[in-house]
Write a protein that binds this ligand. Sequence first.
Ligand SMILES: C[S@@+](CC[C@H](N)C(=O)[O-])C[C@H]1O[C@@H](n2cnc3c(N)ncnc32)[C@H](O)[C@@H]1O
Length: 400
Amino acid sequence: MSLTLDLPGYLRITCAPAVAPYLASELAALGFKAPTPTERDTWVDVEGTLIDAMRLNLQLRTAYAVLFLLAEFRCNDLEQLFERTNGIPWEEFVPADGYLTVASRVNNPSVTNWNIANLRVKDAIVDRIAEKAGRRPDSGPDRSGVVVQVYWVGTVCRLYLNASGNKLADRGYRRMPHLAPMQETLAAAVLMAAEYTGEQPLVNPMCGSGTLAIEAALMASGRAPGLLRTDFGLSHTLLHNEEIWQSVRREVSRRPAVVGSALRTTPAPIIATDIDPRAISAAKQNAKTAGVDNMIQFAVCDFTETKIPETPGIVLLNPEYGERLGEIATLEKTYDRIGDFFKKQCAGWTGYVFTGNKDLAKKIRLTASRRIPFWNAKIECRLLKYEMYQGTRRKPKDEA
Ligand SMILES: C[S@@+](CC[C@H](N)C(=O)[O-])C[C@H]1O[C@@H](n2cnc3c(N)ncnc32)[C@H](O)[C@@H]1O
């Protein structure tokens, strides 16, 4: 059967470690039957077509990539990998004059060098296209054309067409990243973990390049995060149909996206501050590119001077945690001041701190009611939740 945009099949939607539960809830809200993932999963599988993949490319906030299953077969070694891959009619959807990237995840005893599986799959595809179309596509690592993804675990091999191409975290608004920015998809998952709905005020001191505030504004306005981007993997295949693509974009831009569907006339405030004027200038520019600058109040100030609105909401900080920036001794003082700030200025609010350093987190000296696991690249992190009641007590310094 030929591959078409509306052929029913299976989608694998990938994400960062610990993010799968948030991704599954996005998919469920969009009407997909998503199995309950564990925190260790780095993907969620659902049924769907390539047209669904187009929609999901635009709508999902926490996903890395949307993959469409092309083939699944038993595979014991590289020779079988080549033969089975070569039997797929690639010439029907990979342009002979196009550009191809193959990426793989392999766990099979016959493969000691992961790159060899990529090479065999790439050779099987380009040899087939050369035989059928008289010309072989160029290939390389940069995901700017057709991207094929291999998952070969034990004796089961699955080949996917990556409908996203470059990872969906690259929304296209962060042209001015400040130092140590948080990935956009991680920021969206952190906001979902903080139960941000777009209806409560959000204060984000230490906003850096503004990722959390911008993702919050996109959620609060029900805007699909992928609409800023025009380039997706699927658009480089022969299956691309401009009319269908534009109609999917129109449909998605009309429909409120998954989180924050409450489109209000007077939105709850989003306040983003940072001590570094260059960070605020980058954040403002990024928010403008994202089309949400009118929804965020920016200010340059120490985090303790951030104006806290009267109606309580969420106050969310992502301080440096000593892996990439900042000196530990200075940071210890900063974390200690965060505890003071929460206690003295944020009574009635829910405080969150996203950090990858548990020793520094102890300096906050407040009892976290939740410690939600995340990963920032290779760093294990926690989103710490603090309920700030009138009279919340800090632990004495020696107990912390
Ligand atoms: C890890 S970065 C935040 C990154 C941000 N989440 C993003 O996606 O770009 C920490 C930020 O805290 C800011 N910062 C450090 N000390 C501060 C202070 N005392 N008051 C306010 N901001 C501070 C830094 O300028 C930096 O931009």
